[in-house]
Design a protein around this ligand. Structure first.
Ligand code: NI
Length: 136
């Protein structure tokens, strides 16, 4: 059930918010505010170290010496967190490695940070989501 509430905002802030919405393709303010609230709540859960699911993506050149081995070593070290991993050969040189993880936010972040910090990783990202409760 949807409930309504009203928000008072300074005009400048509202203009900026409308611009933010426009850039992201929102068609109405309620939808944009809902997404912002959800993001804030997910962030709060990360901070309280709840159970989360996450996706770590790495882009790297497979000619980089021993990088693939180091990724595999880390995945073994954190094997309890890892649900699955996929390797995609993007082109002649570049690879995309996607690791799906589930566990405590702090452990998920630790794994992601260590993977992204590996020498030769061109781009690395962690996306985390939460169900809003404990995972079972
Ligand atoms: Ni590859």
């Amino acid at each position: 059930m949807l409930r309504r509430f009203s928000i008072s905002l300074e005009e400048d802030l509202l203009d900026e918010f409308d611009e933010y919405m426009r850039k992201r393709g929102y068609s109405n303010r309620s939808e944009a505010v809902r997404d912002l609230i959800r993001k804030a709540l997910v962030k709060q859960e990360w901070e309280s170290d709840c159970e989360v699911v996450g996706v770590v993506t790495l882009v790297f050149n497979h000619h980089q010496a021993q990088l693939q081995e180091r990724i595999t070593e880390l995945q073994h070290e954190f094997y309890r967190l890892i649900t699955s991993s996929t390797h995609v050969h993007m082109d002649h040189n570049n690879c995309l490695d996607v690791t799906i993880v589930k566990g405590k936010a702090s452990r998920v972040q630790e794994l992601a940070e260590r993977m992204i910090a590996l020498r030769g990783v061109k781009d690395g990202n962690l996306t985390m989501s939460s169900t809003g409760g404990q995972l079972h």
